[in-house]
Write a protein that binds this ligand. Sequence first.
Ligand code: SAH
Length: 484
Amino acid sequence: MDHLPVFLTVEDRVIVVDGGGTVAARRVERALSAGAKVIACDPQPGDEMRALIAAADPRLTFRYRVADRDDVQEAVVVYGASEMEERDENLREWADEFKVLCNIADAPEMCDFITPSIVDRSPVVVAISTGGSAPVIARTLRARIETMLLPSFGQLSQFVGRFRDRIAAKIEDGRERRHFWERMIDGPAGDLFLAGESEKAAQKIESDLEATAQGKKAPMGEVYLVGAGPGDPDLLTFKALRLMQRADVVLYDRLISDDIMSLVRRDAERIFVGKLPQQHVMDQQDISQLMVKLAGEGNRVLRLKGGDPFTFGRGGEEIEALAASGIPFRVVPGITAAAGCSAYAGIPLTHRDHAQSCLFVTAHGKDGVLDLDWDVLIRPAQTVAIYMGTSNLNKLVDGFVARGVDQSTDVALIENGTRPEQRVVTGTLRDITEKAAAAQIKGPAIIMIGSVVRLRDQLDPAKAADAEDVFEMSLAANKSTSPS
Ligand code: SAH
């Protein structure tokens, strides 16, 4: 580590910012938000700085001139943000003279400290530094952390802080106290608060605190039935990711991609409960019983489901057993395969000129027998998305044709949708069976029937991505002369 990370207390102390442009304005804003008295200096402030001056924060003093020795003498921190060598050198010299911490923008060799990238969930603040070597990495990391910390995280920390003294008084043992805090923040009380139920959250903390103080263990087991989307990890919800990071045990099946499994808490126990077609590893009842048992032992059990748990996912059946046993559970929706495949293959599910409705159906009847409401399926001006249908593709096609649907009706088969190995086979009712056989579809696949399939020629994101690459390359070429 080349630098000492600290968070400076600057309330009511002076910070000098020399410069009037955008960088200077950012420094002023940050210093003000940390409670400092700010002296900003520049003969010709730019628009952003002028807006700050106009806001008339009593803690901001603006001087329409270059910063001088006297300004620096007053300060605890000084920022050079004018991009003018002479001004920067003067600041550096005076900072040395008065032992003031100094930072000059874009001149690491002149800096006493680095200005980190920050994620602000005050009072929680995350600061990221790459030691000045690669600010872009710091910004990328910051974006990732932003997505992990809900905007209300800061309020949560303030909220639980209210209980600090009570907890300290009621739970003497340090380790037990730590466990209590963990359960409170990362457990039902924290969830209730983040869901906007602060009163219930407070009640939960009170009752847990009472139970813990009296030596009773609060029941901890819980089941999260979480939709993991169709495969691309970027399609997980924040909530899914949060619960994945919290699980003690995870139950998953073959619809869950390795990329997604790698985001589950590293120490969580993993149990494969999946079914390969025709090969039952564990039946539904066994899975439910296993969840009841694990949660009963106090575990946080994560049941990861492909797509959305309540869309052809038998999620309802799985939680019936939990409800009957009084095990607390939560259901988190996910992006269902039809929606994911539609977006990634460039086939809208509805479109004003093509389809005013969309049906999601499963072709997986008992013992391979199709049990479909054909009158509804063959209606015009709609899209039919068929789950679990590829092994019955020829029967499905025959069914449509036998009921008079035009053989030139468009059909798409999307295999491994949203994953890197996604394949899309398009055709018509006349030739799709042949084309699918030739393509040897093996992975999970959605069948889409309807004229929306034709729009793929215009809307395929893969083609758009190529165009974007070219655009980005030309941007990079334009930028290559300016410093990063
Ligand atoms: N609950 C899931 C569906 C489970 S049924 C959801 O909401 O998506 C399993 C069927 O979903 C598969 O047979 C296939 O038809 C479809 N499926 C799941 N993931 C898919 C993917 N990545 N690409 C295409 N189809 C997928």
